[in-house]
Design a protein around this ligand. Structure first.
Ligand SMILES: [Zn+2]
Length: 215
């Protein structure tokens, strides 16, 4: 989502509200001051930088758990996206009428795939996001699982996607937005075939795909 987790040593104009951002000169845009959207501040005994959690849209949750303690919100999470196999995805999608994208976003099935990465993985796998999940073949499920790993690993390497508000913990921008092939590229040519990328709504989320490369 659009929450921000970062240290007090971080500086980035993305940490400022849009109004402050536009009213300040570019040099003055760098100092973050704790504001009404900063819902958590962690202070450390060693005097190290504080950690802030800021979340304008209030979708985030913070749980304080004892070591070894569990919580229903965590136990109902599905398999980690980096460990999901094509076979597991194939089994989980049999008989399901929901779209393949809706199931990829279902954190109880696979945890860790957000909207950008679902679109990017489905593009790489050549599968349309709106396709009924039960109609995705075993081979396509293998391609989707591999593509999820690829896009997530590459996003981790490049530091995440700074499309709107995201910042890395040190306040720097991620680099993955430069590698997007479909997400938020509506009308731009597909990098593989040149067809204009289309935007639609699937699972109540803005969804981007190539009408030629994805079946
Ligand atoms: Zn294409």
């Amino acid at each position: 989502m659009t929450g921000q987790l970062f240290s007090s040593a971080a500086t980035s104009p993305r940490l400022l509200s849009a109004s402050r951002r536009s009213s300040l000169s570019s040099e003055a845009q760098r100092d973050f001051e704790v504001d009404a959207h900063t819902h958590l501040q962690l202070f450390f005994d060693d005097g190290g930088p504080e950690v802030y959690f800021r979340d304008v849209r209030k979708f985030g949750k913070v749980l304080l758990l004892e070591r070894g303690e569990s919580h229903p919100r965590l136990t109902r999470l599905g398999i980690d996206a980096l460990e999901a196999t094509g076979e597991a995805l194939f089994a989980a999608t049999r008989g399901r009428k929901a779209s393949i994208k809706a199931l990829l976003l279902d954190q109880a099935l696979i945890s860790g795939v957000g909207n950008i990465y679902a679109d990017e993985a489905l593009f790489r796998a050549g599968v349309r996001p709106a396709r009924r999940a039960g109609r995705v073949t075993r081979r396509e499920c293998a391609r989707i699982a591999a593509a999820i790993r690829e896009v997530l690993e590459r996003s981790i390497e490049t530091g995440g996607s700074s499309i709107r508000d995201y910042v890395a913990p040190d306040g720097s921008d991620g680099g993955y937005q430069d590698e997007r092939r479909v997400y938020a590229r509506t009308g731009e040519p597909c990098l593989r075939c040149g067809s204009p990328i289309r935007r639609t709504t699937v699972a109540q989320r803005g969804t981007h795909f190539c009408p030629t490369c994805q079946k």
